[in-house]
Design a protein around this ligand. Structure first.
Ligand SMILES: Nc1nc2c(ncn2[C@@H]2O[C@H](COP(=O)(O)OP(=O)(O)OP(=O)(O)O)[C@@H](O)[C@H]2O)c(=O)[nH]1
Ligand SMILES: C=C(OP(=O)(O)O)C(=O)O
Length: 233
């Protein structure tokens, strides 16, 4: 049972490696016209890109409201998304042309550490519309006890967050079965219960129904009014 604002730290790992409020988050976002392709059967090609942006807006807003987060960098070449997310307070870093997700993340970490060489960094998916700041703070507090750590997604196959302490390379291995890939790379899996909002990424209509059950942020909620059928794909 956790009180509001109470943070977990791993036991037996020595002193905390990362200051409580010191995290720089790196959030990757591909062009909206391409994003969330697995949602097409549920949302159609008109709503899908707007939902992808709404997910990213709710993710970035919750991340910036997290007491453990110092700043957020979004790696994207999408001008619409860049404008909307910069307005929330994110730094926008141009993507690596043709590089793909993991190249984008490494590039984002480089950009953050050019300004702050000792930054503790965490890659976070852009599709976490139910993200709650205090649950993210719990995850980051745990991650801060290790050189590299990761959180498995709600499906138990992928990853929603991968962290690296200051001076440690992120070595992202996102895509498909990234939970086992990150584990094999030596990153510590974060075992916390009660952080469902950080685990619940949205790839399909069923994921969207699960996120709605947790409670989504205002941008996603507004996009879904007056309601679309979800959970049937
Ligand atoms: N900057 C950047 N972000 C990417 C790239 N590829 C994927 N992403 C982002 O990485 C996260 C996971 O990506 P994917 O699962 O491949 O794509 P998605 O848009 O979430 O969903 P699908 O189209 O259904 O695969 C999302 O936030 C994507 O926007 C890329 O090449 N560059
Ligand atoms: C890229 C990933 O996420 P997803 O494919 O679920 O969006 C991942 O979990 O590594």
């Amino acid at each position: 049972m956790h009180m509001d604002g109470e943070l977990d730290t791993p036991t037996g790992t020595g002193s905390r490696a990362t200051p409580l409020a010191g995290w720089s988050l790196v959030i990757p976002l591909k062009p909206l016209v391409l994003a969330k392709s697995r949602l097409a059967p549920t949302a159609g090609d008109s709503l899908r890109p707007r939902l992808a942006l709404a997910f990213a807006q709710d993710t970035v807003a919750a991340a910036l409201a997290c007491p453990a987060v110092r700043d957020v960098a979004v790696v994207t070449d999408d001008h619409t998304a860049g404008g909307a997310l910069a307005a929330l307070g994110a730094r926008i870093v141009p993507d690596v042309p043709g590089g793909g997700l993991n190249a984008a993340l490494s590039h984002g970490v480089l950009a953050v550490r050019q300004g702050r060489p000792g930054a503790a960094v965490a890659a976070l998916n852009a599709d976490l519309p139910a993200l709650r700041p205090l649950e993210l703070a719990r995850v980051l507090a745990y991650a801060g006890g290790f050189p590299r750590a990761f959180l498995a997604d709600a499906a138990g196959i992928g990853t929603t967050l991968l962290s690296a302490a200051g001076g440690v390379e992120l070595r992202p291995g996102f895509g498909g079965s990234s939970r086992s890939r990150h584990s094999a790379s030596g990153a510590v899996e974060i075992p916390l219960d009660g952080v469902d909002s950080v685990r619940q990424d949205v790839d399909t209509g069923i994921d969207l129904a699960a996120a709605l059950a947790l409670g989504v942020g205002p941008c996603t909620a507004a996009r879904l009014e007056p309601g679309i059928p979800v959970g049937d794909h």
